[in-house]
Design a protein around this ligand. Structure first.
Ligand code: GLN
Length: 244
């Protein structure tokens, strides 16, 4: 029987401005290359979770305007379900605007604070529309080596308490352009500012998410190695150009 994982893609019709769906396409393809299947279930505004075991969660980035549309539905309707899945170790990748909505609050460029889910003990402040955004290529170092990508955010994130960053910035802005941190990780929840999309450019990150999900559901399934030589060459080039 072909091993199947279910991924829930949250607010695909709203949080989708920066091509982050490429992360899902990468996960799906890296499962297919191993003769396994990733089924993608979309959950939009006001929509319920599918009646399947949830193995992975994903939420992409977008502008303040779309975050305002999503935040109340996310907090009032989905917070309990997401908290239970996170506590049960389900891997969750949240990019940029979604990363911000999983924090305690996001103070947008205009208007009132958006109260997030508090999964990350952190907060984000957008300094206003007249302040330069954090835009450009980024290189950061993490447990599995180096992450490369592209960032485009106005908000500056400040980790609180003992919240662990996802990575340390080598070149680029990361959380706030000041403290050298990028993203955050708690349990198996990964928050990051890195678009690109992130996972096609960082195959080890993609396989970490798949391994966490497979180990949680099947325990004994091996993740066979893939030929990532093309991506590795592109990463070396991105690192040389960005971090030189
Ligand atoms: N609107 C948020 C900001 O500007 C998030 C942007 C994004 O998702 N790329 O910080």
């Amino acid at each position: 029987m072909v091993p199947v994982l279910n991924l829930v893609h949250l607010y695909p019709g709203l949080l989708n401005l920066y091509g982050d769906r490429g992360n899902i396409i990468t996960l799906k393809q890296r499962m297919a290359w191993r003769n396994m299947e990733l089924r993608v279930h979309q959950v939009g505004l006001g929509e319920d979770f599918p009646d399947v075991p949830v193995d992975l969660l994903f939420m992409g980035g977008d502008q303040d305007r779309e975050q305002v549309v999503v935040v109340d539905d996310l907090r009032e309707r989905l917070a309990g379900r997401l908290s239970a899945l996170v506590d049960d170790g389900v891997p969750f990748l949240a990019v940029c605007g979604s990363y911000q909505l999983l924090q305690r609050y996001y103070h947008p460029a205009r208007g009132p604070d958006l109260i997030g889910l508090g999964i990350f003990d952190a907060h984000t402040v957008h300094p206003g529309p007249d302040v330069a955004r954090c835009v450009g290529n980024i290189v950061a170092r993490w447990d599995l080596g180096t992450i490369v990508g592209f960032e485009n955010h106005g908000g500056r994130t400040y980790l609180e308490g003992d919240t662990a960053p996802l990575a340390r910035v080598v070149a680029g802005f990361g959380n706030n352009g000041q403290d050298g941190t990028e993203g955050a990780r708690v349990h198996n929840v990964f928050g990051t500012y890195i678009h690109g999309s992130l996972l096609p450019k960082n195959p080890a990150f993609a396989d970490l998410l798949l391994r966490l999900a497979l180990d949680r559901r099947f325990r004994d399934i091996e993740l066979s190695p893939l030929d990532d030589s093309l991506e590795e060459a592109a990463r070396r080039s991105a690192i040389a150009r960005t971090a030189s």
